[in-house]
Design a protein around this ligand. Structure first.
Ligand code: 5GP
Ligand code: MN
Length: 323
């Protein structure tokens, strides 16, 4: 509670704010950011959002989506306060922004990642929260401002996304209660689901069929993987953004405990997503490669082609499993 009051005091005492979140922003990154944007606007503040990567188009239904500015729109006009949401570490807002978007008064860090660094002058890091959106909900409630329909839509989207539609172990009684409260604000949960998950371009499904050709598992079946190459993106008219969710197919295999999805980046290096079912802490595996995340979902970048990156990850994962 102390943290909430301290952060609301920072909001109260300053006038200009910039918000940012991690690269390749997802439902929670955007939902928490846009809800906080709306809250600060209602408090009469000057607020700008700067994100390194564009928000995926399927999130266009979110209120204030058009308020998000690209990193290059930030030009040496520092805000008093920078609020970083859902980022884990400051550099995940992107190289340029993390170096240049330096506030004159304070950095506020709002996050729920287990490996979240306390890089802010004020840190609201709650690792038991389902999502950063759940924390922003609490912050607004703590202030006493009504949530309202627009903020509810943003926050519900964030919680729905980070709980895998209320299927993952972070779907706690608390997160369900918050979701219930948000639904009561009059949002249509079926429309949110459809907007986020059922607006795929056909290229994504064509890409899936390519990526499925790469399925592999260890002989014991406990580690499974997939990868996507630049050639597959080119052939299907897609980009790395389109692989979102593919990893769940691997995790859904009965024997699999750890799922790996590697995507080839522009210069041949790999962006990797990791998921686990119950016993392995993939956040620890990712941090061995300079990445991070949570116990059940994590990611990192590895400076080699996909197959080599997967081979390295399998070695580290097997070591983790035999502990
Ligand atoms: P995803 O696989 O969906 O991109 O990410 C899963 C989780 O791992 C998210 O919580 C995300 O923040 C974290 N994550 C993904 N990639 C990286 C990375 O390169 N570095 C760090 N620190 N965390 C990552
Ligand atoms: Mn999150």
């Amino acid at each position: 509670m102390e943290d909430y009051q301290a952060i609301l005091r920072v909001f109260d005492q300053h006038q200009s704010f910039a918000l940012s979140t991690h690269v390749n922003p997802d439902g929670d990154a955007l939902g928490s950011e846009l809800a906080l944007y709306s809250f600060l606007k209602d408090l009469g503040k000057q607020v700008k959002i700067f994100n390194t990567d564009a928000a995926p188009k399927n999130y266009r239904f979110l209120p204030f989506y058009d308020s998000i500015l690209p990193a290059k729109a930030f030009r040496n006009d520092p805000p008093e306060v920078l609020v970083v949401l859902d980022a884990g570490v400051l550099k995940r807002i992107g190289g340029y922004l993390s170096r240049s978007l330096v506030p004159t008064k304070a950095i506020v860090n709002i996050d729920h990642h287990t490996a979240a660094e306390h890089f802010g002058d004020y840190n609201l890091v709650e690792t038991d929260a389902s999502s950063t959106s759940e924390i922003v909900y609490r912050l607004i409630r703590h202030h006493g401002t009504p949530i309202g329909n627009e903020r509810a839509l943003c926050l519900y989207t964030g919680i729905m996304f980070d709980t895998g539609c209320f299927r993952y172990s972070n779907s706690t009684p608390a997160s369900h209660r918050v979701a219930a409260d948000l639904i009561r604000e009059g949002i249509a949960v079926d429309e949110v689901y459809r907007a986020v998950y059922e607006t795929l371009p056909i290229g994504t499904i064509l890409l899936l069929s390519e990526v499925f050709q790469t399925i592999g598992t260890t002989p014991d079946g406990k580690i499974g993987w997939l990868y996507a190459t630049q050639e597959m993106f080119r052939k299907t008219g897609t980009t790395r953004d389109n692989v979102d969710g593919f990893i769940n197919h691997i995790r859904s295999i009965d024997t699999v405990e750890v799922a790996i999805l590697a995507s080839e980046q522009k210069h041949g290096e790999s962006k990797v997503s990791l998921r686990s079912k119950s016993s392995v802490d993939v956040g620890e595996i990712a941090s061995e490669f300079g990445g991070g995340g949570h116990q059940r979902a994590a990611g990192c970048e590895i400076d080699t082609p996909c197959e080599e990156a997967i081979a390295q990850l399998v070695v580290v994962t097997q070591r983790q499993m035999s502990k």
